[in-house]
Design a protein around this ligand. Sequence first.
Ligand code: TRP
Length: 342
Amino acid sequence: MQFERRRILTGIRPTGPLHVGHYAGALENWIKLQREYDCYFLIADYQVSDFASDLPRVRNAVREVALDWLAAGLDPSGASFVIESMVPEHAELMTWLAWYTPIGMLERNPTLKAEMEAIGDPGDAATKGKSVSVAFYIYPMMQAANILLFRSHLVPVGEDQLPHVELTREVARRFNRDVKAIFPEPEALTGRVPRLVGIDGGAKMSKSLGNTIDLTDSAETVARKVRGMYAGPPRGAKESGTVAENPVFAYLDAFDPDVAQVMHLKQRYERTGVSNKELKDRLTRVLNELLEPMRDRRAKYDANPSLVRDALEQGTQRARAIAKETMAMVRDALDLDYFRKR
Ligand code: TRP
């Protein structure tokens, strides 16, 4: 018999099309890992309560994310694409895990705290955090259920998600100790580029900040966005500059496969100066070389939408089988069979 491959679960919230920050921070890593691990890629549509008043956006984003994944090179015949709400065992498991989740772990969770503050009007003490739903507050618990439902070993995530994986480990430990040892304690794995700056120089590339380069952008759009990109403090074309102050270099570090050339450019930049035009022309070429194969694959799936649907349906079916298996173990461990004849 073949050894069971170790399992990965990771996910994303369906809020809109993906950008190159998602690629460098996550997708690139997932594409490599999908060959070595049994992978489940989750579209977490239970976890977008901040878009409760715009359901069409969420439903549409589920498909957009799947299409972006296929275009980026995730292979649905090996890896499973999973729609969270179509595996309702997530909700069932979360209910039981809630018994073993200390409230303090949510209260102290730095990522959750920051996000809740951003949802309320940060400038207005009276409304601060007021519009946060219960669903939002408990999403790290749902995330723990996502991970544990698959009895996953590894969770590739961005840096900001580490507190959630830590919470998952703690809940798994408690369940294993107090009920039955069912869950592996999952390890987090961060990618090569944990955070990409926005094209405006802002700390993070983010759709809501409007500072992204999207995987769907055309070659012309990429060129235009890069031309307009923030490139550090004003500087004459022949003046030297500081690499760390120019985000174009952060992008070259993230995307330019020719590491030696980039190092050479940096040296020239600090010694004698390199024009922003030269840097940006290079970045435009590098990004378009990355995105071009994605554009080709996307065209294929765009012309054949049933392939996207099939990927989602087949992946979700495979996920459901594991979910049922885990829930049978959990129900048995909790001795939930009330109607058994004794
Ligand atoms: N919360 C994650 C994010 O915003 C998405 C996510 C949902 C996730 N469920 C998950 C990530 C399970 C890893 C594992 O990016």
